[in-house]
Ligand binder design. Structure first.
Ligand code: SAM
Ligand code: SF4
Length: 349
């Protein structure tokens, strides 16, 4: 059985604050987006048809500066955040990202610092990021076959290069996990090749159910392949045994292959919503706070970041948080035309 927020709070370091929202959920994770632009055009995130060559992303001076990002991160850490995940857009496109990691690490030796990336620039940056104090990278890769990878990512790239970058990251000392979004009829033929590539390298792979984030991807429930369906297909490789969750607010359901003991995870936001213990706050690269991945509105923070009462403002927002969209999407579908959900490339995943 899942431990309660209170039980986990009891185990948290005495010096850490435990800020629980209106549903009793602790604030533990911050997804901090450092840039909105990206070098891929994944069809489920930033489709080329809508975000082509002429699409104008924010210029660097419209994004939060590293000083502002640092104040945001430190304020959240003061409220109980233990993990910060840097994301985007593609976070490795932000000039100076490794120096920013070093600044965060210097001030927060105990915080878990992770980064989510498509890894197109990771091979050459992995050592610098590790030396700066980054703990882990999650690498997004939806196919091993180059044609299927291009279908998903909207632009050609080499999946083999991404796998090589993953190995380099591991060699320099970073924790590495692979993440794959599966869309029916587009890359479901890649479920087994992805599993094989991860197993060959002894890497944890997490399959992500295709989500109805944003309004640009034309999401349909019919395109979703559930975690259960993926597990059934993986059964042809090896039996899977379920693992118990070890931390409060764990996103992935973890299993192990019975034959080699390697972990494989499933992020099942559609078929098994995990709003009940969601510990995540998200801040976009322009400084809007989102208390849910499926939010339709962000709370602009930029004007308040330098204020002395900034941490108190964040605390107040978290205390009033009630979001549980994934649990209610089927019961109360969005009907208001104004309820346009925010896009994934602005929220960072
Ligand atoms: N560009 C980086 C990357 O792709 O890893 C970081 C940002 S990306 C928005 C973060 C994660 O969100 C990626 O793993 C991506 O696959 C996932 N993602 C984006 N849109 C999604 C959707 N509609 N459903 C499920 N996952 C999605
Ligand atoms: Fe870019 Fe990541 Fe979105 Fe793909 S999922 S378009 S790599 S931000």
């Amino acid at each position: 059985m899942l431990a309660t927020a209170q039980q986990f709070a009891g185990k948290a370091q005495a010096s850490r604050k435990n800020t629980a929202d209106a549903r009793g959920r602790l604030l533990r994770d911050l997804r901090l987006s450092v840039i909105d632009r990206c070098n891929l055009r994944c069809q489920y995130c930033l489709p080329e048809s809508l975000f082509g060559e002429n699409f104008r992303f924010k210029s660097l001076n419209e994004l939060l500066s590293f000083d502002e990002l640092e104040r945001v991160a430190n304020a959240f850490i003061g409220l109980g955040v233990e993990k910060i995940r840097l994301t985007g857009g593609e976070p490795l496109l932000r000039p100076g990202i490794a120096d920013f990691v070093a600044r965060l690490r210097e001030q927060n030796p105990d915080v878990d610092l992770a980064l989510t990336t498509n890894a197109l620039r990771l091979k050459r940056m992995a050592k610098e990021l590790h030396d700066a104090g980054l703990d882990r990278v999650n690498i997004s890769l939806d196919a091993i076959n180059p044609d299927a990878a291009e279908r998903m990512a909207g632009r050609p790239f080499s999946p083999q290069d991404v796998l090589d970058a993953a190995e380099t990251a591991r060699e320099v000392g970073l924790g590495v996990k692979l993440n794959a979004v599966i869309k029916r009829g587009v890359n479901d033929g890649e479920i087994l090749p992805l599993a094989q590539a991860a197993r060959d390298r002894g890497m944890v792979l997490r399959y992500i159910e295709y989500m109805d984030v944003g309004s640009s991807n034309g999401w349909s429930r019919d395109d979703v392949i559930t975690g259960q369906e993926i597990r059934e297909r993986l059964g042809t490789i090896s039996e899977l045994t379920p693992e118990k969750p070890v931390t409060y607010g764990e996103v992935a359901r973890r299993y192990r292959y019975a034959d080699n003991g390697l972990e494989v995870g499933f992020i099942e936001s559609i078929s098994r919503p995990f709003c009940g213990d969601c510990t995540r706050a998200r801040v976009s690269a322009e400084g809007e706070l989102f208390t849910c991945l499926f939010a339709t509105k962000g709370i602009p923070l930029r004007a308040a970041i330098q204020r002395e009462d900034f941490p108190a403002l964040l605390r107040d927002i978290w205390l009033h948080r009630k979001d549980n969209y994934s649990e209610t999407r089927q019961l109360t579908p969005r009907t208001n035309a104004q309820d346009v959900p925010e896009e994934m490339w602005r929220l960072g995943g």
